[in-house]
Design a protein around this ligand. Structure first.
Ligand SMILES: Nc1ncnc2c1ncn2[C@@H]1O[C@H](COP(=O)(O)OP(=O)(O)O)[C@@H](O)[C@H]1O
Ligand SMILES: [Mg+2]
Length: 265
């Protein structure tokens, strides 16, 4: 099982869209995909029609039951979706209270990692949508994954957020056994605007070896797909945006790191 986390400390940069697109496209290839929502905004869960105020079991449950995590317990929280090979471990808005509750509690940083170990034979790929705040949820998301995808909007304000994210990463990598491989993914690129063109250049010059060499274009179909509650690759398989995520997935799979660093091991 591979675990990829999508994170950036800035909102609205395309995290959820990237998680749903990569997961959806991997599912299309026949991989058993689990989408794990760790964001209190719960947009990924809303995407799939979950009522995130009333959902009975969610990623919050993992933290509440962290001392009794077993395969049946974790599997019982996971929902199937209307889409083949795509399962969802939803979030709830109550996740927002976790940061306060986590203070001074032991063993809070590896909850997600341990939960995923319980279901490691059930899925080929897990994609975690992580919150924009650096806190216990993001720590969990970063500790559980083998790879990190950092979507960054191609505009100047977003570059500061990226800097902050990479700094956080360096800090967290020190407490891992191995450094965390990360890939910066330029998103919402609009070649007609100077801001997009020059910020893409800055991103490539600054994060040389960590940048996916292409970019995700601005594509209004993503918003339409999320409004319809359908993964982008099924909503409009030939759209420019989906084609771009297709090539990102291919690139990610080609440079996949070994299974040796599975979560919890
Ligand atoms: N490449 C894109 N082109 C146009 N709109 C996009 C693109 N990626 C995402 N969006 C839209 O931008 C908004 C924010 O994206 P989202 O993935 O929710 O970001 P985040 O999870 O980082 O907050 C959503 O309405 C989404 O549909
Ligand atoms: Mg989001």
């Amino acid at each position: 099982m591979q675990v990829w986390t999508v994170a950036n400390q800035k909102g609205g940069v395309g995290k959820t869209t990237t998680a749903v697109s990569l997961g959806g496209l991997a599912a299309e290839q026949g991989q058993r995909v689990l989408l794990l929502d760790l964001d209190p905004h719960a947009s990924m869960s809303t995407y799939f029609g979950v009522d995130t105020d009333t959902v009975a079991a969610s990623s919050f449950t993992l933290f509440q039951q962290r001392k009794e995590l077993t395969q049946p317990l974790v599997a019982g929280i996971i929902q199937s979706t209307a889409f083949e090979n795509i399962s969802l471990l939803p979030a709830t808005t109550a996740l927002a209270t976790l940061e306060r509750q986590a203070i001074g509690q032991d063993g809070m940083g590896l909850v997600v990692s341990r939960a995923l170990t319980c279901v490691r034979d059930d899925y080929d790929l897990v994609v975690i949508d992580s919150p924009p705040l650096l806190g216990v949820l993001m720590i969990n998301a970063l500790a559980a994954c083998q790879r990190l995808v950092v979507p960054v909007q191609t505009e100047f304000l977003a570059l500061k957020g990226l800097e902050r994210m990479v700094h956080t990463l360096a800090m967290i990598s020190r407490s891992r056994k191995e450094p965390l491989a990360y890939t910066v993914v330029p998103t919402m690129f609009d070649r007609r605007t100077q801001a997009s063109v020059s910020s893409l250049r800055v991103i490539r010059n600054t994060y040389v070896d960590h940048v996916w060499p292409s970019k995700i274009p601005v594509d209004t179909r993503f918003r339409d797909a999320s409004r319809a509650g359908v993964p982008p690759h099924l909503f409009d398989p030939k759209s420019r945006g989906v084609e771009a995520y297709r090539s990102l997935l291919k690139w990610m799979l080609k440079s996949q790191v070994g299974e040796g660093s599975a979560p919890g091991s």
